[in-house]
Design a protein around this ligand. Sequence first.
Ligand SMILES: Cc1ncc(COP(=O)(O)O)c(C=O)c1O
Length: 404
Amino acid sequence: MFDDQMARECRRQFPGLQRCGSDGRPAVFLDGPAGTQVPEVVIAAMGDYYALLDEALQALADFVGASDAREIVFGQNMTSLTFQLSRSLAQTWSSGDEIVVTRLDHDANISPWVLAARERGVTVRFIDIREDDATLNLDQLQSVLCSRTKLVAVGCASNATGGINPVRDICRWAQAVGALTFVDAVHYGPHGLIDIAEWGCDFLVCSTYKFFGPHLGVLWGRSELLESLPAYKVRPACNDIPWRWMTGTQSHEAIAGALACVDYLAGIGRTALGQDLPRRAALREAFVQINRYETELVWRLIDGLVQTDGVRVYGITDRTRAARRVATVSLVHRDIPAGDLSRELGARNIYTWAGHYYALELVERLGLLPDGMLRLGLVHYNTAEEVDRCLEEIRAIVESRMCV
Ligand SMILES: Cc1ncc(COP(=O)(O)O)c(C=O)c1O
């Protein structure tokens, strides 16, 4: 039965109850209805949580190469963060201004900007692809940049062709005309080291579920911009960065997972070198290793695909340009719709995607709607054996169709 002795035992767990009044006697708290005192275990749990949130912000700062963890914003996903930022940035635009988007991008780096531009009477310049290898037409990009350009929104790597854009050059060209740059690094995240300092961008987004973590979007922005741009927030919310951008209740479990996935990747670098490197250095090494490994895998895959009857790979297939692609390969077969190929591979327990995977502008531009392309995406947990099995199964599917 709960009695006075148990009450006194409970009291010992409440640091606030140890307080004495000005007369030296213990203070008596009869204000529970307004809010009770808090026991040590709860204080510790909350302390751990704040430490975890700070640690997660720092981990993502290390992931993108930022020196200031206040420049990291967590959000529901990349798409929501981009819509949020586009509304704020658009407040700084006026009629006659221009923005630049590309046909190579995922629609989450197109529609938010196009819709915001429409609301503000701003002209949208679409950058096309080159016919031969479906890479960005950089000459066109350079030719549209002018003093009216307010923003260049560009992807780092295409989630369809795997092509890598020269982000550092693009940022330099944009900066020369006074335009801001927004880089979508969602697809690049699992494959290469993101380096906002090296690239010279103003904003960058990624999504932790693309690099072995939970569903969580991450925005990095220059502190002076995150501080000065109008943020859509409720009135009492903190106006300091990053909190003024982190609206409502966060997904704390996802944030905990985001920290863990960055540390997972850092662990690859530490294991490879056998050294307890600081996290950013460990990530740098991890991506050296991952890149070397994935490069071998992807060329094994591409070499096999281009030798398969009726297959056409969209994107870079010239080995001398290996550094300009990640390990994502999209293809079509002359006679078999991409959806059928994907379904048949699925029946053989090989899981792929088919369609446009939101690279809608690109797939339309290539004239491949509605079937789209089959996408084979390799990451560091895939093996050469899996690549060979996939190639064998594709050939078997092709041959079985030919016999019909
Ligand atoms: C290149 C690219 N950008 C943006 C997105 C959208 O990311 P999220 O699901 O976090 O909104 C994706 C998702 O597939 C993507 O591949």
